[in-house]
Design a binder for this molecule. Structure first.
Ligand code: NAD
Length: 446
């Protein structure tokens, strides 16, 4: 893609920022990535992705190799270098509260602002509660030596881990909350190659831009919890939620995506974003309007307990002393992200009931071990399943779908599996003499 050679900084080079920085350099901009994590910056500067994301290494090594992407731990350098600054730091759930923790956003804004001596555009990409941008705009004007010359815009990010590079280079849409035409024009220039390729660009006010992101995630979470609630009815009625979702999905108004019943959603976005959305609605006095999101959350966390229950039933009533193989640690396939991972939560819950748990994942073992060091890990599926009394399939990595049930049956102690993602062929596994349990498939749990 032809670039427009702007000088851009990306502050916070995690799952979002590293991809954003590398892709902006790839389309021809001069980019400086800044993070407080020196090890991450060192890896990126060597052209190495500090996490697993398909395709990122190629873009990154090209960007670093061309000299268009440089890295630093110094926000003063970013202020000196760039005319547009993207804020991509984390906004996790606050400990002991449902609200978003804005500590990192405030630190990034404050750290940058005091060095901004000329008119500049600061662009928020992190997911934040509505109203944050307006407050940050005031703070920037107060703290920056350039005062009102520093403008803030909001450009929420919709990338999906596992598809982050493609989603960044060819997004479904670009949403920009901009107060001035100058800010709008600068962002159109940043994204010129995407706009030339026909990507829809929607300009809004700051509050709408912030809300588009959380509303979109709340909708997706609701769709998943909806089908999971229906899965319970399917179990009670002897119906099959997978066939049901397929049939519903043909309705263009509904669509099949995000109608995968199973162990539910997790990750660093959906769970904390719906909680923060509800917390913010409470502050705004409209909690009743979003009360259903609490139910969406409850249905979702209930799925994890349901999988533990299915495992317990399959092994005959008690998990104590049983060998349990867990396939998957990442919250989704093609990622090494274990934040609020349903698979790991189930693994830990099963272990807490006295089982011997061995977890397999193709990419997320190191991250998983950092969170749950007490679990046993392996990168060999057969080893994970050795002498298992039950296998739990919890992250739908492609390689699990391709497993040969006949060969796996030879290594386990008992051929029993819970398909927590409803993607395995029940017929195929049952034909190989496995007892298969799943969520919403009409009580097929043996
Ligand atoms: P992350 O934790 O992977 O990355 C955040 C990075 O910010 C870390 O590398 C951290 O060291 C750095 N950081 C913290 N304070 C800093 C500071 N003061 N200066 C510079 N760097 C600092 O998080 P993420 O997944 O990349 O998410 C970032 C934001 O993007 C969140 O608001 C998230 O909700 C949103 N988002 C994430 C995704 C996704 O798929 N991960 C998608 C869309 C939106």
């Amino acid at each position: 893609m032809a670039g427009t050679d702007m000088r851009i900084s990306v502050i916070g080079t995690g799952y979002l920022g590293a991809v954003h920085a590398a892709c902006l350099a790839d389309i021809g901009h001069d980019v400086l990535g800044v993070d407080v994590d020196a090890a991450k910056i060192e890896a990126l500067a060597a052209g190495q992705a500090p996490f697993y994301e398909p395709g990122l290494s190629d873009v990154l090594s090209r960007a670093v190799g061309s000299g268009r992407l440089r890295l630093s731990i110094d926000p003063a350098q970013a202020a000196e270098f760039a005319d547009v600054h993207f804020i991509c730091v984390g906004t996790p759930q606050q400990p002991g509260s449902q609200a978003a923790d804005l500590t990192y956003v405030h630190a990034a804004i404050d750290g940058l602002a005091r060095h901004l001596r000329r008119p500049t555009l600061v662009v928020g990409k992190s997911t934040v509660p509505v109203g944050t941008a307006a407050a940050l705009a005031r703070r920037l004007a107060e703290l920056a030596p350039a005062g009102e010359g520093v403008e803030l815009a909001w450009n929420p990010e919709f990338l999906r881990e596992g598809y982050a590079v493609a989603d960044t280079l060819t997004p479904d849409r670009l949403v920009v909350g901009a107060r001035s035409d100058a800010a709008d024009e600068a962002l159109r220039e940043v994204y010129a190659p995407m706009l030339a390729a026909g990507v829809p660009y929607i300009r809004t006010d700051l509050a709408t831009a912030e809300l588009v992101k959380v509303a979109a995630n709340a909708f997706l979470a609701t769709k998943i919890s909806f089908i999971n609630a229906v899965a319970d009815v399917c179990d009670a009625a002897g119906a099959d939620v997978v066939r049901l979702a397929e049939a519903m999905g043909h309705d263009a108004r509904i669509g099949r995506r995000f109608l995968g019943a199973g162990v539910g959603f997790g990750g660093g976005c959906l769970p904390k974003d719906i909680r923060a959305f509800l917390a913010r609605a409470r502050e705004l006095g409209v909690a009743d309007s979003l009360a259903f999101l609490a139910e969406v959350d409850t249905i979702n966390t209930g799925r994890r307990r349901r999988v533990v229950e299915l495992a317990r039933e399959l092994v005959g009533g008690s998990l104590h002393g049983r060998n349990v193989a867990v396939l998957g640690a990442a919250f989704k396939p093609d990622s090494d992200d274990v934040r609020d991972s349903p698979a790991l939560a189930v693994a830990a819950a099963v272990q807490a009931r006295g089982a011997n748990v061995r977890v397999h994942d193709p990419a997320a073992i190191d991250n998983a071990r950092a969170v749950f060091p007490e679990l046993d890990y392996t990168t060999d599926v057969a080893k994970a399943c050795e002498r298992a009394d039950v296998v739990l399939h919890l992250t739908e990595w492609r390689e699990y779908r391709d497993l040969e049930p006949e060969s796996l049956a030879k290594v386990v102690a008992h051929a029993r599996i819970v398909d927590g993602r409803n993607v395995l062929s029940l017929e195929r596994w049952e034909a190989a003499n496995w007892t298969v349990a799943a969520l919403g498939r009409g009580r097929r749990q043996g």
